[in-house]
Design a protein around this ligand. Structure first.
Ligand code: 5GP
Ligand code: ZN
Length: 141
């Protein structure tokens, strides 16, 4: 697998060893390291080695490799850090809060009462609106 790179991308620089990181593990298609702006202790990132910005353009097998790496880190976090929970989060596009356009999955250990703002209250949806979105999505699959 050849890895596309972008010379201006911070994660490509980390993959190339041009910028240091606290590296947790590395394999053929992925790398995992600590996030430098952690939301909680142990916040880490599973990152594709190649520069694919978002979920819609990355090859499916590389995405699977990134997910496997995220699982390894999450298992280690459950074992070593004893968090109350862990969120895996993957953002695509600025509107989703993505700040580094190089695909990655956050491994976020959670502590009850932390002020991490990821969870939402469930409110019943409008069935007609759900069906309308369903029909557009289904037609695109
Ligand atoms: P995003 O906002 O794209 O979902 O997540 C990007 C993450 O990369 C952020 O949580 C940010 O703290 C982290 N980050 C940005 N620059 C660096 C860096 O130079 N080194 C490391 N280790 N993490 C970084
Ligand atoms: Zn990159």
């Amino acid at each position: 697998m050849t890895h596309p790179t972008d010379g201006n991308c911070i994660f490509c620089k980390i993959v190339a060893g041009q910028i240091p990181c606290f590296k947790l593990l590395e394999d053929a298609n992925t790398i995992a390291f600590m996030d430098i702006n952690p939301v909680n202790a142990g916040h880490a990132l599973a990152v594709a080695k190649g520069h694919w910005p978002t979920v819609d353009v990355i090859p499916a097998d590389v995405l699977a490799d990134v997910a496997k790496t995220a699982q390894k880190v999450a298992k280690a976090a459950f074992k070593a850090l004893d968090p109350h929970g862990i969120n895996l989060l993957q953002a695509n596009g600025e509107g989703a809060g993505q700040s580094v356009p190089h695909l990655h999955i956050h491994i976020m250990p959670r502590v009850k009462g932390d002020d991490v703002n990821l969870n939402w209250e469930q409110k019943p949806g409008d069935m007609a609106a759900i069906k309308a979105a369903y029909e557009r999505l289904k037609a695109a699959l």
